[in-house]
Design a binder for this molecule. Structure first.
Ligand code: ADP
Ligand code: MG
Length: 392
């Protein structure tokens, strides 16, 4: 399933040019990691001021399906990766005709479509929440189905809780389905969650795997809010999540960094979804691990052995969404949150992505508090969170 052309090649060493499809914050951290190691990076993204494009060696400002731009990227880069799953899988296949692409188009295609994702997980024998595939209004189960209350999720292009509607019965499901323009959907049973965890791991071309510790995640309005690592749940759950995440990567024959999200429900793990790229819940690795998730992404791409993923300090990561930016009446003058308190903390690592426009729900940055004591890291991270007026 993976693109194996590179297996016969030698390791790609600095200062080779690496390619990245997508210029968001994940691409930006990738650029930073690659440049630190002496590589150069070309980013393809249609936004002239994308976070990664701004700091890349070369920014090709073009649409993700622009064949000429893709051909230029393929010609100038020795290996190419992607930073978000909604990049057209066709574009990855096109690039793979002439250059190496990691992860392969096929794994990305599975993960970017909720139906193929769910079906893959189920067929691989992984535990998932009860779901139904909705191709037409007639597929919506009637009221006596025990799938309700449920969440209707569009199959394609959903992220950060977008393209999702909570529905109590068939009628509400029909309304939501119409609102989604009868796009293919997955209807998923709404579960009472104990809590949520995720595992980020890297898998190289030889099948070696390095997992990062299990993260405990809480969400606000469907968007990741806080990650606590290591997770506070039982060792058994943390360990089982690692095992299941490795199973996902192996069944996909995955090459690259992948984030696997889980629900913990009645003490049991269910796989929620997977992201074929570094994951927001893995941002703590930048400040708390020997090798961060973006360096692992670089390492897999260039064929270097995986770095140690050992966590050296407990860590708590908090996302900074556009909601906390004050709205300023004066044009050209962007008011900023009051950063002082956060920046005064000697154990807090601030990461702002350089996005110009702060919109509600938009990921603008994050910070990570590290501390020898996990409880102390939680306390400090939450104090800063309250100070920044992040709502509960
Ligand atoms: P996204 O692609 O936007 O991350 P998810 O399917 O991961 O979409 O949903 C976002 C969040 O919504 C989850 O992390 C979880 O908090 C909540 N959620 C999603 N599906 C369910 C479900 N079936 N039961 C309970 N909560 C859910
Ligand atoms: Mg999710």
């Amino acid at each position: 399933m993976s693109n194996n052309t590179l297996e016969h090649h030698s390791v790609i060493l600095p200062p080779a040019m690496l390619g990245m499809l997508g210029g968001g914050q994940l691409g930006r951290f990738f650029v930073i990691a690659a440049q630190e190691m002496g590589y150069r990076v070309t980013v393809l993204d249609p936004d002239a001021s994308s976070p990664a494009g701004k700091i890349a060696d070369v920014h090709i400002c073009a649409a993700f399906d622009d064949k000429d731009a893709l051909a230029t990227l393929a010609k100038s880069c020795q290996v190419i990766s992607t930073e978000f799953e909604n990049v057209p899988a066709d574009s990855l296949s096109f690039l793979a005709e002439t250059t190496s692409v990691r992860p392969g188009a096929q794994s990305v295609a599975i993960a970017q479509h909720r139906v193929s994702e769910k079906n893959f997980l189920k067929e691989a024998g992984l535990p998932v929440a009860p779901y139904a595939v909705i191709d037409a209004a007639a597929d919506l189960p009637d009221d006596d189905s025990d799938i309700y209350p449920a969440i209707l999720k569009v199959a394609r292009f959903g992220y950060d809780g977008k393209g999702q509607a909570r529905v109590k019965n068939q009628q509400e499901a029909q309304l939501a389905y119409a609102q989604f323009d009868h796009e293919e959907c997955v209807l998923e049973k709404m579960l009472k969650l104990d809590y949520e965890v995720s595992v980020v791991l890297a898998r190289d071309v030889h099948g070696n795997v390095a997992t990062f510790p299990t993260a405990e995640n809480s969400h606000l309005n469907g968007i990741l809010d806080v990650s606590i690592v290591p997770a506070r749940g039982s060792d058994a759950i943390n360990h089982q999540a690692q095992k299941l995440a490795i199973m996902v990567a192996e069944k996909l024959d995955y090459t690259g960094v992948i984030g696997v999200e889980f629900f913990v429900c009645n003490g049991e793990l269910l796989v929620n979804e997977m992201a074929p790229r570094p994951h927001n819940s893995g941002h703590y690795t930048i400040d708390a691990c020997v090798t961060n998730q973006f360096e692992q992404q670089v390492r897999v791409m260039v064929g270097l052995p995986l770095g140690s993923s050992r966590q050296h300090s407990p860590a708590v990561m908090v996302n900074l969404l556009g909601d906390i930016w004050p709205t300023s009446s004066e044009q050209n003058l962007r008011a900023e949150p009051a950063w002082q308190y956060a920046l005064n903390n000697p154990l807090l690592k601030m990461h702002l992505y350089g996005k110009r426009e702060a919109r509600p729900g938009r990921k603008m940055g994050h910070y990570t508090v590290i501390n020898a004591s996990r409880d102390e890291a939680i306390k400090q991270a939450m104090q800063v969170r309250a100070e920044l007026n992040i709502s509960n």
